[in-house]
Design a protein around this ligand. Structure first.
Ligand code: SF4
Length: 205
């Protein structure tokens, strides 16, 4: 992504009380996260292919942080408990389906736990995204999440709404619908609560 566009993106997020920091590789993002989060902090993890590639849960657990990550659940009931506990942590770390140059964060969610945590609950939120998640406007962001992220996420999670076969959204009412919550974050009341870490790589979907 060209520097001029990235500067515009940063400025637009700053105007909306959100911080943006850029990194070359995921390892650098991981080091930054381990650096800014204290050892006694509790952390909720939002389900994300990007975070899985970073192995961040294992790193944080290994050094003694309290982690609530639904991926660690043994069964559905534990998964539900972990998702709830992740809503009241010191930090929440997750990916995103799209961020826009005009300064918005766009996400879809199946059960809504991830968008709930990003919107309100954890004191601070870190969102890790690859440059492949950047779109020009929030409208393009919705297009991206519905037609690109949704089919891939549905497939990964073992659901089969129509977009999996069609590779585009048909606004289904399928029982397997995965995009039950659509969230557009346009700003923050608390300056710096949300930090967006952009990595110069194509990660997640
Ligand atoms: S509404 Fe249905 S078809 Fe459209 S993205 Fe969501 S799950 Fe896929």
């Amino acid at each position: 992504m060209d520097k001029e566009k990235l500067d515009i993106l940063k400025r637009n997020f700053e105007l909306r009380n959100m911080e943006v920091k850029c990194f070359e590789i995921l390892e650098d993002v991981k080091s930054e996260i381990l650096n800014i989060i204290s050892l006694d902090s509790s952390i909720g993890i939002g389900h994300s292919a990007t975070l899985q590639r970073m192995n961040i849960t294992e790193e944080l657990l290994g050094r003694g942080n309290i982690i609530f990550d639904m991926e660690l659940a043994k069964d559905k009931e534990e998964c539900k408990i972990l998702k709830r506990k992740a809503l009241l942590t010191d930090w929440y770390i997750t990916g995103s389906n799209a961020i826009s140059v005009d300064g918005r964060i766009i996400n879809i969610d199946h059960s809504g736990n991830r968008v709930a945590a990003i919107n309100y609950g954890p004191d601070k939120v870190i969102i890790v995204v690859g440059i492949n998640k950047i779109v020009d406007t929030w409208q393009k962001g919705i297009e991206r999440v519905k037609n690109k992220a949704c089919p891939l996420n549905a497939k990964r999670a073992g659901f089969n709404p129509p977009c999996v076969a069609l590779n585009k959204c048909v606004d289904c009412t399928s029982e397997e619908r995965v995009c039950n919550s659509l969230s557009i974050i346009e700003g923050q009341a608390v300056k710096g609560r949300i930090k967006i870490f952009i990595v110069n790589d194509n990660v997640g979907f």
